[in-house]
Design a protein around this ligand. Structure first.
Ligand code: HEM
Length: 466
């Protein structure tokens, strides 16, 4: 080999080494405390391990990493260095130290939902919004809407009778209507169709590439977002003229003491619809799947629900469900808990370290993303025996602390969890007492959109028992 060629190779090698270390020091500046980073691999600069994660089931990717590195490991996904955590204590630590770990979302999602929505904030503004949302969704407030939820469930079920339906799509209609009921009270029926048309266009763009050019899904979604805000403004101004008192979420947001602008109200209404609809619809879809696959559990749930009807008939009590009935459904409640655990529809969430944080001798550098892995916590044999088995009876005993967090934990934990459980209980009551169903086509497989779902949204044929 000639000397010049050798020299060329040497210089190229030096250049690559220097370039890599330059990128490394730019992306991961060294820490003054000299603490080690958690174990794991950061993969290639910028690309990181994105391809490894998305070329397989992300949950398998996490499970393999946990086996190799333990419950806390580093990675690099979608252009961001991150620390993944799968121990209940670490998840609790991250979710409860709001000043050290802030919520983080891609800018395009913020634009689409509205920058003022609750998810994106910390501090006083967030605390104020949370108080208003919790006020509307706490048990004492939602007690009064059981009958309305019941009538929405009955209408949906009647319209599916004898038809082949895609469970998830139909459940989205049910949960959308319940979300509107909790936001606008009985007025919701007036706005349902307009809001639905805009919201359905908006959601199509939610997971699209954020390219705002005419013709793209993102562009159509942003247009629908604008129209949605206009409809909401109209509703707000109509209410202002009426000077009436309302006990729904909009009433709570419009309370003068709340001090919210119209834009803040709109962003948070769109945000609550977003948080309430697909999550609950996805859980309901999984419930139908698990009940179908576990005939003895279905029988026990049906018996529990039939006994409520029987008791009402015998005592001459009004036939519709009330709040007390929904608090007396222990078997069905355990089915919901077990579904939330096995399906873990929100596999993980994101936070970002606001400063260098030391945790268990490791450094989580400022700016790094931190992902509490809910699904891995729910599927760890240390936390749940035979974790892959669907067994609602395991909830006869309370789970170990912080091992079960389907609604999150800490200052951003789900304020709608009581409403979600209520609407599921009401729905399952009418489903099991009046209908039977069978799954059509592919029975296994999971898809993510973005929530975990049975393959193809679970097509079923539903029949009235009569
Ligand atoms: C079974 C259905 C549901 C599940 C599994 C669920 C799960 C969650 C989880 C895990 C979080 C926390 C996310 C994080 O910490 O990053 C959350 C937040 C939230 N959820 Fe739910 N949710 C459900 C239904 C609902 C419903 C029905 C509503 C409204 C009526 C709702 C409203 C919200 C809101 C507003 C937040 C943001 C809270 C904040 O940032 O302070 N959710 N949800």
């Amino acid at each position: 080999m000639e000397v010049t060629t050798l020299f060329f190779y040497f210089v190229s090698f030096l250049f690559i080494v220097l370039f890599k270390s330059l990128i490394k020091s730019f992306l991961y500046p060294s820490n003054g405390k000299q603490l080690p980073l958690p174990p794991g691999s950061l993969g290639w600069p910028y690309i990181g391990e994105t391809f490894q994660m998305y070329s397989q089931d992300p949950n398998l990717f996490f499970a393999n990493k946990i086996k190799r590195y333990g419950s806390m490991f580093k990675s690099h996904i979608l252009g961001c260095p991150c620390v993944m955590i799968s121990s209940p204590e670490a998840a609790k630590f991250v979710l409860n130290k709001a000043q050290l770990f802030k919520p983080t979302f891609p800018a395009s999602k913020e634009r689409m939902l509205g920058k003022q929505a609750i998810f994106f904030h910390q501090g006083t503004y967030h605390a104020n919004l949370r108080k208003l949302v919790l006020r509307t969704f706490m048990p004492d407030s939602i007690k009064s809407i059981v009958t309305n939820i019941e009538s929405i469930a009955q209408t949906c079920l009647k319209s599916w009778d004898g038809n082949l339906i895609t469970t998830y799509l139909e459940m989205k209609t049910f949960t959308f209507n319940v979300a509107l009921l909790s936001i606008f009270g009985e007025d919701e029926i007036l706005y349902r169709e307009d809001l639905k048309r805009c919201y359905y266009t908006l959601e199509k763009g939610y997971n699209s590439m954020p390219i705002n050019l005419p013709g793209t899904l993102f562009h159509k979604a942003m247009k629908a977002r604008k129209e949605l805000a206009q409809i909401l403004e109209q509703i707000i101004s109509t209410r202002r003229c009426k000077k009436q008192e309302y006990n729904d979420l909009l009433g709570s947001f419009m309370d003068e003491k709340a001090g919210l602008s119209d834009e803040q109200i709109s962003d948070n209404i769109i945000g609550v619809i977003f948080a309430a609809r697909d999550t609950t619809a996805s859980v309901l879809t999984w419930i139908l799947k698990y009940l179908g696959e576990n005939p003895s559990v279905l029988e026990a749930v049906t018996e529990e629900q039939m006994s409520i009807l029987k008791r009402k008939q015998e005592s001459g009590e009004e036939m519709g469900l009330n709040w007390a009935d929904t608090k007396n459904m222990p078997i069905t409640s355990r089915v919901i808990q077990e579904t939330l655990r096995v399906a873990s529809i929100l596999s993980f969430t994101f936070r970002e370290a606001t400063e260098d944080v030391e945790y268990q001798g490791y450094l989580i550098p400022k700016g790094w993303k931190v992902l509490p892995l809910f699904r891995n916590i729910h599927h760890s044999p240390e936390n749940f025996k035979e974790p892959e088995k669907f067994d609602p009876s395991r909830f006869e005993v309370a789970p170990k602390p912080n091992t079960f967090m389907p609604f999150g934990n800490g200052s951003h934990a789900c304020p709608g969890n009581e409403l979600a459980k209520l609407e599921i209980l009401v729905f399952v009551h009418h489903l099991t007492t009046k209908y039977r169903w069978s799954v059509v086509g592919e029975k296994n497989g999971i898809q993510y959109g973005p929530f975990a779902l049975p393959q193809n949204g679970l097509p079923i044929k539903l029949y009235s028992k009569k």
